[in-house]
Design a binder for this molecule. Structure first.
Ligand code: NAD
Length: 283
């Protein structure tokens, strides 16, 4: 993997939740290529181990570990594995997250004409369990791993927590209220934690990706026949750079934020990497 620059994180132990995902696995590969030891935590042990194997094949260090970011016991077990293999945790990246079609309304605007129709999910039809699932995956799924892993980071120079927020956190996107609310909570929590740990040597920041075409948003962006949805066209029209981001375009910001030599006085920020989306009013 081509790195934009090489930060000073050699031999640091980096835990990445959702590390088998599209963005998380790219994060893992880039960080490992800088000489860090990477623990790839994911609900899918098989995919976490595949990513770890890919990393090891090219001469770097990684392990795949099963973890459910919504279950404390699972995270405690994952931490024990990380401590046994690598001895500590220096950097935590909270990458697990995403939206789900079950917590998505059919229409952007409330529509009396379609309300109550069988194939229509209005705001009133959103099922609370589905809403809570998406909210929990993104918010609780950031809170719990932080509680479990940050305890090993207190007062250790160079400790960093990096959360993954989203464009939804600045202005909510239509149709996905649970995901929008959760990412707004992630940004707010990033600031809260940054203050809370400011005297304990842990910096806390977030990266807010714009639009990257991955598994978790594919139903919103692509029709089954492979053509772009109307929403996809809308997103690109509202992204001044006129295209989706490539996962590797997050790497420079990621490495900058986890490297104490590069960003040692940066804490409590949420950095958009979005082709101008958050700066554009659409007019
Ligand atoms: P992805 O679906 O490819 O990856 C998510 C990973 O998280 C998967 O490997 C999945 O197995 C894992 N996961 C899901 N539930 C889990 C759980 N309970 N415990 C542990 N692991 C779990 O998605 P992605 O696009 O790579 O997204 C990564 C992060 O970036 C997410 O937080 C997402 O919200 C955020 N994000 C993505 C985009 C985008 O355009 N793709 C934009 C903004 C923010």
């Amino acid at each position: 993997m081509k790195l934009p620059f090489k930060p000073n994180i050699k031999d640091k132990v980096v835990v990445i939740t959702g590390g088998a995902g599209v963005l998380g696995s790219d994060f893992a590969k880039a960080i490992a290529a800088c000489g860090a030891k990477v623990a790839i935590l994911d609900l899918s042990l098989e995919r976490a181990q595949e990513v770890a194997l890919e990393i090891k094949r090219v001469g770097f260090e990684a392990i795949g570990v099963k973890a459910n970011v919504l279950e404390k016991d699972s995270l405690v077990e994952a931490r024990e594995t990380v401590l046994k293999v690598y001895g500590t945790c220096d950097i935590l990246i909270n990458g697990a997250g995403g939206n789900h079609p079950k917590a998505t309304t059919t229409d952007e605007f409330f529509n009396k004409e379609t309300f109550g129709k069988e194939d229509n999910k209005s705001f009133f039809d959103l099922d609370l369990n589905s809403f809570n699932f998406v909210f929990g995956l993104n918010f609780t799924g950031t809170l719990l791993p932080t509680q479990i892993f940050a305890v090993d980071m207190v007062d250790k120079p160079g400790s960093v927590i990096l959360n993954v927020s989203s464009m939804n956190a600045f202005t909510p996107l239509t149709k996905i209220p649970a995901y929008s609310a959760a990412k707004a909570a992630v940004s707010n929590f990033t600031q809260w934690l940054a203050v809370h740990f400011a005297k304990s040597n842990i910096r806390v920041n977030a990266i807010a990706p714009g639009f990257f075409s991955t598994e978790q948003n594919k139903a919103l962006l692509w029709n089954e026949d492979g053509t772009q949805t109307a929403r996809s066209h809308k997103i690109l029209n509202n992204t001044p750079m006129g295209r989706y981001g490539e996962p590797e375009e997050l790497i420079g910001t990621l490495l900058w934020l986890i490297d104490n030599d590069s960003s040692g006085f940066v804490t409590g920020v949420v950095i958009p990497v979005d082709g101008g989306f958050s700066a554009y009013s659409g007019v």
